[in-house]
Design a protein around this ligand. Structure first.
Ligand code: ADE
Length: 251
């Protein structure tokens, strides 16, 4: 996958994007990443990239010219690749989620446009295929948001995670939060690993895990359950969970 990033602060990417799994993906040539400082494309003599909003108001806006010209250079450099997605980072965009990371991971080329200052001249958004937000809060710029999205996307690329770290059972990929997991020792300072996990009975373990994932999601993120379709077995497990919790409340 090729990822281009347009940013006024390219150095922000050097640490986080060159460590751990994303760093290894670059080393292994599964990911090619390039950060372009769009200030280098500003055509005025002071290399300004922002200006006051028409109509007045606080703050400055990113102007279209440097970003349009930087995008043209990115497109030219990547003309041999299929036309990819252009993601503009904006707190007013669609909230990022696992499904978007999965969609991004199916592309060959992604370009992230990171804003700074008060916002974008609206015409810049015509360059984007997607306007995406990291969440309902305002960051100082799009860089951290882009890095989070890149991290979530790159770990889904084939070959990036080793077998032992595989992604399909992750929280959110299944639509549920992940079930609790334990490693050795079986007894740590009196805290025991659930008996069933030591049983060697894979059917029972799978059932226990599914029930725990449902229970966790019901307790911590019931909103996720609204979007899911359950089979008969899940309905039975949900019934059990509800009965157990009402028994507990009546104790
Ligand atoms: N830029 C500033 N805040 C942001 C957010 N929440 N998501 C994406 N880009 C942003």
């Amino acid at each position: 996958m090729k990822i281009d990033i347009l940013s006024l602060f390219p150095d922000m990417f050097s640490g986080p994007m060159h460590e751990s799994i994303v760093g290894k993906a670059i080393e292994d040539k599964l990911l090619d990443m390039k950060v372009t400082n769009f200030r280098d494309y500003a055509s005025n003599k002071h290399n300004n990239v922002d200006d006051y909003p028409y109509g007045g108001g606080a703050g400055m806006l990113l102007q279209p010219q440097p970003i349009f010209d930087a995008m043209a250079a990115v497109e030219d450099e990547n003309r041999q690749l299929p036309k990819g997605r252009v993601i503009i980072l904006d707190p007013g965009g669609k909230p990022f989620n696992q499904k978007m990371a999965e969609d991004f991971a199916n592309e060959t080329h992604l370009t992230f446009i990171c804003g700074h200052y008060e916002g974008y001249d609206e015409r810049i958004k015509t360059l984007a295929t997607d306007e995406v937000s990291l969440g309902d809060y305002v960051l100082t710029g799009g860089e951290l948001a882009a890095m989070v999205m890149i991290d979530a996307t790159v770990r889904l690329l084939p070959g990036v995670l080793g077998n032992e770290e595989s992604a399909p059972g992750d929280s959110f990929s299944t639509g549920l939060l992940e079930y609790p997991q334990y490693s050795r020792p079986a007894d740590f300072r009196g805290m025991q690993v659930p008996e069933v996990l030591l049983s060697g009975n894979h059917q029972l373990i799978a059932k226990w895990r599914r029930k725990q994932a449902l229970k966790r999601t019901l307790q911590k993120r019931p909103d996720l359950l609204d979007k899911m379709e359950f089979d008969r077995k899940d309905h039975e497990l949900l019934e059990e969970i509800k009965l157990e919790s009402s028994d507990k409340n009546n104790d």
